[in-house]
Design a protein around this ligand. Sequence first.
Ligand code: SF4
Length: 673
Amino acid sequence: MKTVCTTCPYCGVGCGVIASSDGTIKGDPDHPANFGRLCSKGSALGETIGLEGRLLAPKVLGHDASWDNALDLVATKFSKAIRDYGPDSVAFYGSGQLLTEDYYVANKLMKGYFGSANIDTNSRLCMASSVAGHKRAFGTDTVPGTYEDLEQADLIVLVGSNLAWCHPVLFQRIAAAKAARPNMRVINIDPRITATSDLADLHLQVRADSDVALFNGLLAHLADAGKCDDDYVTRHVNGYTQALDAARQSNASDTGLSDAELQQFYAMWAATEKVVTVYSQGVNQSTSGTDKVNAIINCHLATGRIGKPGMGPFSATGQPNAMGGREVGGLANMLAAHLDIENPDHRDALQAAWNSPTMCTTAGLKAVDLFQACANGQIKALWVMSTNPAVSLPDADGVAEAIRNVPFTVVSDIMARTDTGDLADVLLPAAGWGEKNGTVTNSERRVSRQRAFLPAPGQARPDWQIISGVAQRMGFDGFDYESPEEIFKEYAALTALSQKFAKDLDLTDLADADYDGLGPVQWPVGGTDRFFANGGFFHADGKAKMLPLAAPALETGKFRLNTGRIRDQWHTMTRTGKSAKLGAHLAEPYVEMHPADAATLGVSAAELVRLDQKGIFRVLISENIAAGTLFAPLHWTRQTSSAGTVNSAVNVGTDPFSGQPALKSADVSAEKF
Ligand code: SF4
C-alpha cells in the first residue's frame, strides 16, 4: 500500500490530504491550510477514485487509436491550421483543475511557440475579476493576506460567498476562531440566506450587483467618520480624492437595505481596525465584477487596513489551482511569472528565457469570446483540457454548437464521455488526481504538492506529457521534459524575471529544492507573509491606485438567476458523482424560489418550472431567497439529468475589464411546467 501527503483537488482552500492506495483519506494535520480538517467532499475522495467511466485509451473519431497516431494527428492538424490561417486560428481552453506544470507547458507552447495568446481557462469563470481588480489597484495580481488573517480579524465581512459550502474548511477555521473569541464578528453580504449566514452576526440581503453602491457608501462613511488613514494614503495611495468623489455620487439605497442596516454595517466596519473582507463568486461573476473588487479594495486602502495581521481584502479562489495557473500565465491576457503581454520588455525577456521561436504580442481571446470565435469560424483547431465548457459556460447550447463548428477539436480528459468530449474528433486519456505528480497554489499563495499514489489507468498520461508530445511532433525544441520536476524547476527559475521587473512572484529558491520532499510553501518564497503593510505596491511609482467607481444601473424585469455550487458536489460531478454519500445531500437539480414568486407562477413545492423555455427543474420554495431572484446549482449536465445544464437557460454579459461572465445574475423567464 502506498501512502502520500498530497492536496485536495477541489476548492481553492487547498487542504492537505494523506491518501493511501486502498482509498483511505485523512486530513493532513501538518498542512497549514487545514491542520487536519477536511470537508465532506475531501473526506469522500476515496469513493471517487474508481475507474467507472474513465477514458483509458486515445480515440480518433470514436475509435481506439495508438498514442502515436493520435498525437501525430493533433500535431498535423494544429500545424496545418497555423500554416494556413495563422496562429490565432488555434485555441486552447484549460482548467483550474490542471496542475501548475500542465498549465505552464500549455502556455509555453501557445504563447512562445505558436505565437498566439488564444489560451484561456475556466478560471475566467472563477477569478478573472479579482485578477483585474488586483492589477488595477496593486499593479500585480497579488493576494495581500493569509488564512491566518481570517482567524486574527475582529470582523470578517463575507461578500458574495457561501463559504460554508464552497470553502468549507476556511469556514470551519473562522467558526473555530469565533468560538474561541466570542467578540469576533461576522457579517454576511449576500442576496441569499445560506448556510454561511448561520455564523453571521449580521446578514445583509443586498440586491444582486449592488456591491459597488454598498462599498462606495462605506468609503464615504469612513471619510466622514475620520477613519481614513491620511498618512498611509499620502505615502502609498493614488486616486483617493477621485475615488471618494465618485463614491459620494453613489446611492446606497440601491442596495435595497434599510438605513438602519447600512448604518450598522458601516459603523461596525469603521469601528474595527482588524477587518478582513472575504469575497468570492458573487463579486467576481458579474458585469461589474472588477469594479466590485476595487470598491472593496478602495476601503482597505483608504484605511491602511491591508497587509497587517487580521486586515485586508481577501479573494477566496474557487478552484484548486486557479492561482497556480495565473502564476504561469494561465489566462489569455497574461504571461508566465506575472509578466505583462502588453510590455515588450517582458515579452522579450520571456522569449529569451524560453529561447522560443516567437512570442504572442497581444492578449488572446477570453473564454466567452473564444467560443464565439469558434462559432464564427475563426478557430480551426481547438484543444479543451480537463473541463467541460459545453456545460459550464453561459449559453451552453450555443457553446456546444460553436465547438461542433470547429473543424478539428481535441479533448483531453479523465472521462470517456462528457458533453464536450462527445463533440471531439480526438479524445486523449489524461491521468487524474492521485495518478500524477505536480503542484497547485491555493488562495493564500501557498504552493503544495499533489502526489501520485495510484497507477495511471489504461494508457492515461499526465497532461504535461500529452502537450509536450504534440509540441515535439510539431518540431519544437524545449519540450523534452522527462518529469514534472523538470518543468517546475524551469518555472521556479523563471520567476527571477518577476523580480527583475519588480513584480511580486518569487519561487526562485525552489529551483534547486527537493521536489519530491517539497512541503507547502508560500510565495514569495523566503520573503514576506503579507504584502503592502508599508506600501511597496507594484505600479511604477510604488503606490496603489484607488479607483473612482460608478455603481451600475441595476436591471429589473424578469427573474435574476443566480447559479452556484452545492455543498457536496464539484463542477460537473465527474468525480463527486461517484460517491453515494455525497449524492445523498441533494440528489437532483432544483430551482430555489421565494414563496411570493411561487404563488405568482402558481407552483407548489416540488412542482416543476421551466426556465427560458429550456430546462425543467423542481421547485424548492424558500424564504431564504429574495423575491424576484432564483438560485440553481450548476453541477448537473445533459448526461446526468433530463433537466440538462442550467447554463442552457443562462445568457449573460461579461465584465468589461475581466471578461468574466455574470453567472450570478442571468435574466430568465420562469413558468410552471
Ligand atoms: Fe477540499 Fe476545499 Fe473541502 Fe478542503 S475545503 S477538503 S480543499 S473541497
